[in-house]
Design a protein around this ligand. Sequence first.
Ligand code: C5P
Length: 228
Amino acid sequence: MTQLIVSLDIDDIEKVFYILDQTQDIVDFYKVGTIPFLSFGYRIIDILKERGKKVFFDLKFFDIPNTVRKSTKKIVEMGVDFFTIHLLSGKEVIKAAIEEKGKAKIIGVTLLTSIEKNDIEEIGMGEDVEGMIVRLTQLGVRYGIDGIVCSAKDLPFLRKKFPSIIMVCPGIRLGEVKDDQKRIATPSYASKNGADFIVVGRPVYESENPRQVVKSILKEVESEKGMG
Ligand code: C5P
């Protein structure tokens, strides 16, 4: 069944505690990206681990093999469960991360879900967004990554080609919202199409009632399970 990861893109520690207090009995997995990590450092990982939570460490490594190798070592020592690297970094970087990953799972980033055809066209990378996502995923899978980040909209074709890797989907919205996520989908769409995890940030932490939003997401995902 699809699991929820709540993204803590928050720079105010009181707000982090508030979101945790509101949701920790119904959420097992939280995402730590650049915003909380640059705001609170290692403390944010400790806070989550002390509460028995899983950590998706999303710093999206995109660097040379030596740097990614040493960075991977550091985060494995911190006890994170999932972490991300850009698959565009190439096979040597992927291999370096694989060698150091220990028990953590590597989730590859193909193209950011905020990117559209126009964006890759503008920089001369062609216009075949799907083809690029597939090729980057194939590269990652060839060298042993555990999963990918992908838009839920891409699940129908990706699941066919890659039936068994972990698929983590951000860009999840409960209704019609206009923000910087361009390829968005609902929790039930993601669930129905084979997402292992959905990542939800703003709809939860910007809400007046984060607990209620989490409950609605869980209910939506749960009802898909019944229908499947
Ligand atoms: O606030 P929102 O629900 O859009 O948060 C989505 C989270 O997922 C953000 O932390 C963003 O950095 C992350 N993410 C993404 N697209 C990717 C990889 C990560 O939106 N391809």
